[in-house]
Ligand binder design. Structure first.
Ligand code: 6PG
Length: 243
């Protein structure tokens, strides 16, 4: 695998990261809509994207997006009901989808309530054969991304969507695989907070050295289009002068 040179953008603090990430995402959604008529956008869970979704829903940005042409997917989901507090769908719905004019049939959630095996199988059908256009991901302090955790056989799967187990509750998860991630036309990895600093430095060292073990380091889209969007707290241990 050829290694993609990371394009790192570091912002002064979490709110500057949110503002810039939301603006970039809005711009890139519309670029994909212009290029192909619609944008297959995959959302992440976790605390980092929540304020980004809130920002995207605010009128000045929301009105720059042709929501009817946006198809919503998810990179991962917890095996809970869609109205559960832990549901990634629920978070995205309450912060974004319920606040902008999306077409209901364009919302393609992972049906976690079916259980991880059935939900993963079903999601392959839901995804169809097209690659994701814009994939949003986060990174955990252990270097996981989506629901792909370090040192698991999940990292080597040739499936597109898999059942996985998280070290923290809710344990049962469904995740798109590295194969599917790396087929995406464009990836934005959002990393915020000092608790991620050490791991982010390690991930970027692995990329620099071409020795990719941590899940986040193995996000290497074939398109070469990846943005690492970080705040200064998360980037504090980065050695690179140009970050
Ligand atoms: C999830 C995620 C997961 C998340 C990271 C970072 O469902 O939990 O998709 O991969 O992005 O754990 O989460 P935070 O932004 O909360 O640190």
């Amino acid at each position: 695998m050829s290694v993609v040179k990371p394009n790192i953008r570091t912002y002064a603090n979490a709110s500057a990261l949110v503002e810039s990430a939301a603006r970039l995402i809005a711009e890139r959604i519309m670029q994909h809509v212009e290029e192909r008529g619609n944008c297959r956008l995959a959302l992440a869970g976790g605390t980092t994207p929540r304020p980004v979704y809130q920002r995207l829903a605010q009128a000045d940005l929301a009105r720059t997006i042709d929501w009817v042409h946006v198809h919503f997917f998810w990179g991962d989901e917890r095996c809970v009901r869609p109205d559960d507090d832990a549901s990634n769908y629920r978070m995205a719905y309450s912060e974004l989808l319920s606040r902008v004019p999306v077409i209901e049939s364009n919302v393609h959630r992972i049906e976690g309530e079916r259980g991880s095996i059935a939900a993963a199988r079903r999601y392959v059908e839901i995804l169809g054969n097209q690659p994701l256009d814009l994939l949003l991901l986060g990174m955990g302090a252990d270097g996981h991304t989506a629901s792909l955790f370090p040192d698991t056989p999940d990292l080597a799967t040739s499936e597109r969507v898999i059942p996985t187990l998280s070290p923290v509750a809710p344990v049962d998860r469904v995740s798109i695989s590295l194969r599917e991630i790396n087929e995406a036309r464009e990836v934005h990895l959002l990393v915020s907070g000092a608790d991620k600093a050490e791991r982010l430095a390690e991930v970027l060292q692995q990329i620099e050295a071409g020795r990719l073990t941590l899940p986040a380091a193995r996000v290497q889209p074939r398109s070469g289009l990846i943005f690492w969007l970080t705040d200064a707290a998360a980037a504090q241990q980065l050695a690179m002068p140009n970050h």
